[in-house]
Design a protein around this ligand. Sequence first.
Ligand code: NAD
Length: 542
Amino acid sequence: MATANLFSPPDTIVRAPFVNEAFVDFSNGDNRRAMEAALTEVRNQLGLEYGMVIGGKRLRTEEKIISKNPARPDQVVGVHQRAGVEHAAVAMEAAQKAFASWSRVPVQERAALLFKAADMIRERKFEFCAWLTYEVGKNWAEADADVGETIDFLEFYGREALRLDRAETPIQFPGERNQLRYIPLGVGAVIPPWNFPFAIMAGMTVAAIVCGNTVILKPSVDASTIAARFFNLMQEAGLPDGVVNFCPGEGPDFGAAVVAHPQTRFVAFTGSKAVGLEIHEQAAKTKPGQIFIKRTILEMGGKDSILVESDCDLDAAVEGVAASAFGFNGQKCSACSRVIVDASIYDSFCDRLVERVRKIKVGDPVENFAAGPVISEKAYRRVLEYIEIGKGEGRVLIGGEAMETESNGYYIAPTVIADVAPAARIAQEEIFGPVLAVIKSKGFDEALKIANNTEYGLTGAIYSKSRTKLERAREEFHVGNLYLNRKCTGAMVGAHPFGGFNMSGTDSKAGGPDYLLLFTQAKSVAEKVGVAAEAEDEPMGI
Ligand code: NAD
């Protein structure tokens, strides 16, 4: 694959058609050894302090954010600055200054920066996997999927920006040259969650900057190290000062201050429903001096269902439900947290699911156990509270408790709770941990009704061999990402543009052909050409 150098002339960009980054095969000895070496190397760098970087200047604050390994809370992964409310204006000034030049940089050069960063991450893949393992507790394959998705976003959005640049108006009006240009919006706030701390953080950031915007990036307090390392890599790749302003900070103070700033043109947020709605509300309040309507791109929570029909391949359904519910300990917005099972196969499905879940080994992700800890003490307490609620709302088939370890990691046993009513709290509220509710359905109509009975609408899946049921699900199962006869997690950039309905967000479809439009505004330009036409020949209308 040929790679353009950053700031090379536009016509030298040659990039092969997009393909998703291949997953690493960790059963291969070389790959295993490479991962082990990376884990050792990264362990030697744990506890380093990182700067806050505004307009290219590294700043220190008195108060710090300490990022810890959830598998060993005594182990500090990174020490970060803590941006305060007062830093919002400083970061905005730097981002606005950079916008004046960055917005005029040819899109080919901006795309070349993304391609160069993709190449650099590819070369250092195991190192980034190791950081994810230490900072958020991903096992090796989950960490690799996060790194692969990051590379995919860089590659995909680079190409998408080049495609947008070639956009044309659908019609050329006689006597005119008509043009449609997608120009940047201005300065944006990028506010990612901790659970895909590389892919979502980097994806939202590079989508914004490749379109010519500049950003204030506020990573999650639980995953600031991976963001700091990404920022450093972007600087190495040639990112000009002020295009991304790296500001670790707390959401409710620094994050909220950036959202409220009158010059914040847009907010790209991924996180919980509660915070997304708060941002939506705050961004809608026009401040003195604000001359635009802020745009919000909000991707929020989920309460995702899998329907298991009597005519399905039961082995595939059991495997798909277990992977969707317990992959990364259920800490994916796309995770299956409700399985809706036809009454005629309910008991046998439950038995087989329990056998499958029993095989999930829980332990330190550094040693590549399938299931690791939940992210923090706060999450640990929340999930255990939901398990207690679940004990009153159903029958615990397996799990249902915390797991003690010498390292004091935040481990919770994969938990399946059966006989849960569709309106029960554990069937309605996002738990974001290794807890699955099993709901019995009588007939396909009822199953579909239950699937659609939450306020969310992110992902969903159905296992069935009936073409009629699959087609009805295609029409009636109201989710942004629907999967037929496969698990409901694991969206691939380009193939499964990702985003949800209803309280799951604004359906922005990350990794899809419409995503970059959200970071641009279209300008239509008509130029009269040829001999000046008579006034009455000019178009009428708006
Ligand atoms: P969160 O909402 O607690 O935090 C997300 C980000 O918002 C963090 O950076 C946080 O510091 C910041 N924040 C918090 N309060 C803020 C405020 N008042 N103003 C501005 N920023 C603020 O979410 P989380 O725990 O980091 O992530 C888990 C959530 O993210 C789950 O609900 C999950 O479903 C969701 N998620 C959704 C998607 C998706 O694509 N729909 C993807 C991943 C995660």
